[in-house]
Design a protein around this ligand. Sequence first.
Ligand code: ADP
Ligand code: MG
Length: 344
Amino acid sequence: MKRVWVAAVLLMLGGCGDKDTETKSSEYVFGTLVDITVRGVSTEKANAAIAELREGFRRMHTDWHAWKPGGELMRLNSACKTGEPVQISDFTLPLIKDAQTYFETSDGLFNAAVGEIVGAWGFHADEPPKGRTPPFDQIDRLAAQHPAMTDVHVDGHTVTCANPAVGLDFGGFAKGAAVDWALHTLKSKGIADAVVSAGGNVGTMGSHGDRPWRIGIRDPKTWGVIASVAVAANESVYTSGNYERFREHDGVRYSHIIDPRTGWPVQHVLSTTVITTDDGSLADAASTALTVAGPDDWPRIAKRMGIDTAMLVDDAGHIYVTPKMAERLIFDGPKPELVVRAVE
Ligand code: ADP
Ligand code: MG
């Protein structure tokens, strides 16, 4: 059932404060555990708001699903095969528009139109296939058709695909969009202080007692905590993991993050962590985009996407950070060597 890379970032310490006014809940969304902590309101009020979140999550699970039929995205993906127009609701339309923006700002590296390719690799399944040879010919054929978000045309609520190789897959930023939506909904109910985390990716709102939240960033190789950061109000911390969800063939690991330029999985980057203010969706998209950009090109894409706080870990053990991330990392043990790269 676990679809995504869980616990890239692990919630370590909360600034506890008044326990009586803290309400916690855990929900499954897209196969990911979403933890909600609401502070400063009665349990009754918190639970009523959480019930509404549960409804929204259920709808996301259906309407934003990239491979289970019955929802809006799948309806659009079927229509993409023939170029037929589809009416899309206000619930899903913003994600299509955001995906277009991220495509543009990431120079095409964040490309939510690669769903057919992700599916061909076998990642449109709860567990990636074992033992079978990936359909390399089909993957190369799809990649040669260059599915892109610029092939998706939005006119009001009417959405049309101009390329049959397009398949929309929100997997690279849906957790961020879901957490943002949850925080926004809690706010609209008069809740000012909350933390929502999805598979270890965290969005915060308001205050967290007298100590800030500290988030531990895991070492993708040893699973120990590399470092932690103190998270300020309204910040989001997202990690894209490139090694938890993969398939193996002939001793080669193929991961679920696809380089849209080749249609093949990204290699060498193990994980990327991005911190933003007020925008978990962007943090999620950017962590995926910087993973695709890789150890050399990531500062350029960070700049284009407006990201100033990021960290990449590659398979040679290098830890690349922006100057702002370098300032914020807290090491309990010996400080590892950091490769500091300006965002440019
Ligand atoms: P995770 O959520 O597993 O930590 P990501 O946020 O990077 O990692 O999301 C990975 C998912 O994004 C893939 O499973 C797939 O659905 C989708 N995806 C893969 N490659 C791309 C890409 N180049 N651009 C946008 N989305 C992608
Ligand atoms: Mg992501």
